[in-house]
Write a protein of this length. Structure first.
Length: 113
């Protein structure tokens, strides 16, 4: 039976820490390696080489005003219906104007194309 005990306990005693303090019973709080002391790192993410907020969020998709298809940022024409997706702004009031409009809907300024 001794060889079975070693086989199933990986040769470390009775399987509950092996008598070397390896069990987790009775410990309070999280135990960390010295390298990851709380005073060195502010968050769990930093322990793995990532800093919160270090990767900028992706810009939102452009939704086609005609067919409502979602298109990747920077797309100039809809991939579904080929409608123009370029954002036009009024030179006078800086409001967003529908592509193809001749005048600004907010201030009436004529738009040049």
């Amino acid at each position: 039976m001794g060889f079975l005990r070693k086989l199933f306990t990986n040769g470390h005693g009775d399987g509950h820490g092996g008598g070397h303090g390896g069990g987790h019973h009775g410990r309070r709080g999280k135990v960390r390696h010295e390298r990851y002391r709380a005073d060195d790192h502010d968050s769990h993410e930093e322990w793995w080489g990532r800093h919160p907020g270090s990767i900028p969020p992706l810009p939102p998709d452009v939704v086609c005003p005609q067919c409502r298809k979602s298109n990747p940022p920077g797309t100039r024409a809809c991939r579904q219906c080929e409608a123009n997706l370029v954002t036009v702004t009024c030179a006078r009031c800086a409001s967003r104007v529908d592509p193809g409009a001749a005048f600004c809907g907010r201030c009436g300024n004529p738009l040049s194309e």
